[in-house]
Design a protein around this ligand. Sequence first.
Ligand code: GZL
Length: 329
Amino acid sequence: MRHLRKKELVLLMAQALLLSLFLCACGRTEEETEDPGLLLGFSQIGSESAWRIGNTRDIEEQAENYGISLMLENANQKQENQIAAIRRFIAYKVDVIAFSPIVEEGWDNVLEEAREAGIPVILVDRDISTDKEGLITCLIGADFYNEGKMAGEYLVRKADRLGLEHLNIVEITGTANSTPMLQRQAGFFDAIAGDERMTVLESIDGDFLKSRGAECMRYLLDTYGDSIDVVYSHNDEMTLGALPEIEKAGVNPGSDLIIISIDGGQEAIDVLKQGKINCVVECTPKLGRSLMETVLKLENGEQVEPLIHPTEQIFSDEQNTSLIAPRGY
Ligand code: GZL
């Protein structure tokens, strides 16, 4: 037998190792299915905000607490990455799939594949739009419409309290066609509808990103100057990006301008306490416990609620903000 040179032997061993790794990656091996333990596949949108990072951390912690194995994939803000991750979860035969859909459209095909594979799918945080029945087991996420409504109702109370006769509003929205963007806008607009003091000058897409929040605010200040009275921003990240632009323009946020934000992360609450933000509507990222309890119910064949909303509050200059407890995200 020809003596294999050392290099060829090493190459052969490497190929054998790669092959065994590939076979493992194709699905759970026999011994795993003997004592599988519950395996949850989760596709996370990305790491675009303190909210999202807190949401990921909470899901990981709660999976640990409930003894559920977690395959969590970060899609880096791309829907195609979420779809690919869900297909990998199906191939790996996870017990349950959960994901936070970056936008509402475009999920029917991959969710029909999950249904054909007999894998239940839970929506976390955001919703999808579909005409098809039975693709989703339940949605665990905030009532974004109510968050927008609370923001609008705060502004009406503020105008009443200060005796303001006219308010020009600019809106920096979250990711276009995402559930929080659509519903936070609808709730806010419904809350101020019919109030002749309120005029929305423009709504502009900040994509929930700090950098875009700054760009949007620069554009709005250049376009409308000191005619702006209110900034309504769909998340803290964009608000925190906008504030330095407002101050660079020589305007005092929180006093010259009314600033309304949503999420309730620690950084925004600290700025609220400094008086540079007037109102922060809470949107808790702590959905992990509800998710794991739902996964266990599905595993035990129990009925689950189709819609689980966390309770949420509002923080504003109407209260003693020094009493707001640490936020944890
Ligand atoms: C809301 C969540 C939003 C947050 C943003 O539940 O989908 O996405 O408000 C995050 O901070 O980017």
